[in-house]
Design a protein around this ligand. Structure first.
Ligand code: GCW
Length: 712
C-alpha cells in the first residue's frame, strides 16, 4: 500500500516524475523563489542579439529562463529597458558600447558582463571577442542567478581564463573499457560512430562548456595505434563535429610506434625520413577531416610503451618530430613526463633527471605534461620538482580527477583542496611567490602556450561519475582550470547549490564535509607522507605487506614505506636517495632537515625512528595510530552529517550517497587495521589504548583478494 501511494505521488506530480539519478549534473535550473524572481525581473526582462551566430548561447539562456522563472525570455529586435544584450565584438550593437579593446584583451574565451546604459535605457551587456566566450558568459550569468541572492542590481564581471587549454584526458580504450574508470564503460560508442550519435555527446559537451573546459583527449594514453586509422578518424570527426559548437576541440593520444604498427614501416625512429613523412601525411589526413584538431598527447618510454629511446633518440627528438608534423595546422604536442625505469634509482627523482637536460630543446608547440607529484597521484605528494625547474619549456599540470588512489567511486573525496595544494605550492623558481600556478599559467616565464589537464572520471553511468559527489571533482577541475585563484570553498559552495539545493542547513554542513574529505582520506590511507601502500593489481585497498615474486620492486609497497625495526619512511635526503636536492632552496633545505620537514611529508623524505618525537610530543608510532584513527572518525562523522541531510535531498541521491558512505567507513577501518597491524609487526609497540581496537586479524586482511572486475 505504502509503495502504491509512493508510486502514485510520482505519477501525479509532474516535474517530480523523473528519477533523480544525477544525470543533470550541476545544470538543473530549479525554479527560483518568489524573492529571487522579483530581484531578477527588475533588471532583466528580454534579450537582444543582432547576430545569428550566438543561437546556442541564446538557446541555453532561454531554456534555463523558462525553468528558473516559468516565463519565456523574449528575444526583441531592438534594445528595450532591461534588455540583456548578447553578442561578440563583431556585432555593431556591442561595438557601440566601446569595449572593443577590453574585449580583445580578454581573448575569444574571456568575457564581460556589465550593467550599462543604451540610449538612456538600463541594460545588461554580455559580450566576448569569440562565440565560445559568449556561451561561457551565459553560463556564468546563469550560475550567478542560481547562487547569488538577491540577484545583483548591477554587475561588473570581467573574466579571462588562467589557462588557454583546459583539457580532459580520457583513459578510454577503443574496446569501450576505461583504464582506472569507475563509472561504467566509455561514453564513446566507437562501434556506432560515425552514423549513430548518442544524445550524451551533446550533454557532455554542454557540461564541459558550462565550466570552461575547451579540450578533450578521447583515448587512453596507453594508446592503440588503431585510433589513427582512417576508419577511426572518421569516427573522431563525428565527435569533433558535435563538440565544436561548444568550444571543445578534440585531441588524441597516439602510440609512438604507429608508423610501424599501423603504417607497416620497419621502424618508428623519429629521425628516419619515412617515419617523419608518415606522420606528416597522417597529420594532413587528420586536418582534412577535423580542421580544428587540437593535437597529440603522448606517453612514450613509460611503463613499457614504445618511444624515441627505443631508437637511441631523446624525448625531445620524439616530441619535435610530432610537433613538426602538426605545426602547419597549429596543432600541439602534449608530451608526458611520467617516466620511470625499474632499478635502484629513486622513482621520485627519475623524471627530473630525464627531462631537465632537455630544457630548451623542444619546439614551441610542445608542452610537457607533468603529474602534480613525482610519483603517481597519491593521496598526498609534494609537488614534482619539474615545476619551476624547466624554465624554457612550457609545462602543464596533470591532475587525476578519477579516483584511482582515492577510493575509486566509493569514497567521498572532494579533490579541489588537492589540486589547490599543488597549484598554490611555491617552487621558488624565480624567488618567493613562484607558485606552480604562476609557473604553468605563463605569467612567470612569459610563455604563451599554457594548459592544464585532468584525467576524467566520466563514464556511461547515469550520474556520469559513479559517486554523486565525484561530479564535484569534474566541476572543480573545470573551475580551477578557468580560474586557479578560486578557493576550494567557493567552488564547493557553487557546486552544492547548483547540484542539490541552496538551503543553508544543507549547504554549510555538506560543504564542511567536502572540504575536510581529502584530508580524511589521507589520514585513513597514507598519513604523514606515506605513499603507495596499495594492493597489487588495483589501487583500491591496502596491502603494505604485498610481495609478488619477480615483480618490479618499485611496484611494491615495501619499496616506498621501508618499514623495519628502527622506523619507517623513504630516505630521500641528501644522505639518502638525494631526490630532495631537486627542489629549489629553501624547499630543499626545509625538506632535508628532519626537524624542519613539514610533518605531512615526513615519511616521504625521511626514514624516521618509531620513537621519534613529533611536534605535538607524541612518538611517531603513536601519531601514526592516532592519525589513522582520526581518519576513521572523520568518515563516521560524514555518515552522521549526511543522515541529517535526508529532508533536503531527493530519495535516490540520498540513499546512494548514504550507502557509499557505509562502504567508505568500512574501508577506512580496513585501511587503519591493515596498516597499523602490519606496521606494528615492525614497531613492536602497542596501539595507544584510548583508540578503537582493530576489528580485523592481520592474517584475515592478508587473505583479501578483491574481484578486480568489480573494481575496474
Ligand atoms: O598510475 C598509473 C596508472 C596507469 C596509468 C599510468 C599513467 C594510463 O596506474 O593506469 O596508465 O599511471 O599515468 O600513464
Amino acid at each position: 500500500m505504502k509503495l502504491y501511494l509512493y508510486t502514485l505521488f510520482f505519477i501525479l506530480i509532474p516535474g517530480l516524475a523523473f528519477a533523480e539519478d544525477g544525470s543533470q549534473l550541476w545544470l538543473r535550473y530549479r525554479p527560483l523563489s518568489n524573492n529571487q524572481m522579483k530581484a531578477l525581473s527588475t533588471v532583466i526582462t528580454s534579450v537582444v542579439s543582432d547576430e545569428q551566430c550566438d543561437s546556442l548561447a541564446i538557446d541555453e539562456l532561454q531554456i534555463a529562463w523558462k525553468q528558473l522563472t516559468g516565463k519565456e525570455l523574449t528575444v526583441t529586435p531592438s534594445v528595450q529597458e532591461h534588455s540583456l544584450i548578447i553578442g561578440t565584438n563583431k556585432s555593431k550593437l556591442i561595438q557601440s558600447f566601446g569595449f572593443n579593446k577590453e574585449l580583445q584583451s580578454l581573448g575569444g574565451d574571456g568575457f564581460l558582463i556589465r550593467s550599462a546604459k543604451y540610449k538612456d535605457k538600463d541594460c545588461f551587456l554580455l559580450a566576448s571577442e569569440g562565440k565560445t566566450g559568449v556561451l561561457y558568459a551565459v553560463f556564468n550569468l546563469l550560475k550567478t542567478i542560481q547562487t547569488v541572492y538577491p540577484f545583483p542590481s548591477s554587475m561588473n564581471v570581467k573574466e579571462k581564463p588562467s589557462y588557454k587549454i583546459r583539457i580532459l584526458n580520457h583513459w578510454d580504450n577503443i574496446d569501450g573499457t576505461i583504464e582506472r574508470g569507475y563509472a561504467g564503460h566509455s561514453l564513446w560508442k566507437w562501434e556506432d560512430l560515425p552514423s549513430k550519435l548518442s544524445a550524451r555527446y551533446k550533454d557532455y559537451a554542454r557540461a564541459n562548456a558550462s565550466i570552461g573546459i575547451n579540450g578533450t583527449v578521447l583515448d587512453n594514453v596507453n594508446a592503440s595505434p588503431e585510433i589513427l586509422s582512417t576508419a577511426y578518424l572518421i569516427k573522431v570527426k563525428a565527435l569533433a563535429d558535435v563538440f565544436r559548437p561548444y568550444g571543445i576541440r578534440v585531441y588524441l593520444s597516439v602510440n609512438f610506434s604507429s608508423p610501424t604498427a599501423l603504417g607497416g614501416l620497419p621502424t618508428s625512429d623519429p629521425l628516419n625520413k619515412d617515419v617523419r613523412r608518415w606522420w606528416f601525411v597522417k597529420a594532413k589526413e587528420i586536418y582534412s577531416l577535423i580542421p580544428d584538431f587540437g593535437g597529440f598527447l603522448v606517453k612514450a618510454n613509460s611503463e613499457g610503451l614504445p618511444g624515441p629511446q627505443d631508437f637511441g633518440r631523446t624525448h625531445a627528438d620524439g616530441a619535435n618530430m610530432l610537433a613538426d608534423a602538426l605545426k602547419p595546422y597549429h596543432g600541439i604536442v602534449m608530451w608526458r613526463a611520467f617516466v620511470y625505469n625499474s632499478g635502484m634509482d629513486d622513482r621520485a627523482g627519475q623524471a627530473y633527471k630525464e627531462f631537465l637536460p632537455l630544457d630548451g630543446k623542444f619546439r614551441s608547440n610542445v608542452i610537457l605534461q607533468v603529474k602534480n607529484g613525482p610519483i603517481d597521484f597519491q593521496p598526498r605528494e609534494p609537488i614534482s620538482a619539474l615545476f619551476g625547474a624547466m624554465k624554457q619549456t612550457p609545462i602543464m599540470p596533470e591532475f587525476q580527477i578519477t579516483q584511482e588512489y582515492l577510493g575509486e567511486s566509493n569514497h567521498l573525496v572532494y579533490l579541489a583542496p588537492l589540486f589547490k595544494e599543488c597549484l598554490d605550492s611555491d617552487t621558488y623558481s624565480l624567488g618567493k611567490g613562484s607558485t606552480v600556478a604562476k609557473v604553468t599559467d605563463g605569467s612567470l616565464f612569459k610563455n604563451s602556450l599554457t594548459a592544464i589537464a585532468g584525467v576524467a572520471n566520466i563514464g556511461e553511468d547515469a550520474n556520469w561519475c559513479g559517486h554523486h559527489f565525484a561530479q564535484a571533482n569534474w566541476y572543480a577541475f573545470g573551475r580551477l582550470a578557468w580560474n586557479h585563484e578560486l578557493s576550494s570553498e567557493q567552488i564547493a559552495d557553487e557546486w552544492i547549490k547548483l547540484t542539490f539545493n541552496d538551503k543553508k542547513e544543507f549547504v554549510e554542513p555538506v560543504k564542511e564535509m567536502m572540504l575536510d574529505s581529502r584530508e580524511a582520506a589521507v589520514n585513513y590511507m597514507m598519513p604523514l607522507g606515506l605513499h603507495h601502500l596499495f594492493a597489487w593489481g588495483h589501487h583500491y585497498g591496502p596491502e603494505p605487506w604485498c610481495a609478488v615474486e619477480g615483480a618490479r620492486p618499485d611496484w611494491l609497497p615495501s619499496y616506498y614505506h621501508k618499514a623495519d625495526s628502527i622506523g619507517i619512511g623513504f630516505d630521500r635526503t641528501l644522505s639518502g636517495s638525494a631526490s630532495v636536492g631537486q627542489y629549489n632552496s629553501p624547499l630543499r633545505e626545509e625538506y632535508n632537515a628532519l626537524d624542519r620537514c613539514p610533518e605531512r611529508f615526513l615519511l616521504w623524505f625521511h626514514h624516521v625512528p618509531w620513537e621519534y618525537k613529533m611536534k605535538n610530543g607524541r612518538s611517531l608510532w603513536a601519531e601514526l595510530c592516532y592519525t589513522y584513527d582520526k581518519g576513521v572518525k572523520q568518515v563516521r562523522e560524514y555518515q552522521k552529517v549526511w543522515d541529517r541531510m535526508e529532508p533536503y535531498v531527493d530519495a535516490q541521491r540520498f540513499h546512494e550517497v548514504q550507502s557509499r558512505l557505509k562502504i567508505q567507513a568500512k574501508d577506512a577501518v580496513w585501511w587503519k587495521d591493515a596498516c597499523l597491524l602490519y606496521f606494528q609487526t615492525f614497531s613492536r609497540r602497542p596501539i595507544p589504548y584510548d583508540i578503537e581496537r582493530p576489528v580485523n586479524e592481520l592474517d584475515d586482511l592478508k587473505k583479501i583478494k578483491l574481484n578486480l572486475k568489480h573494481h575496474n
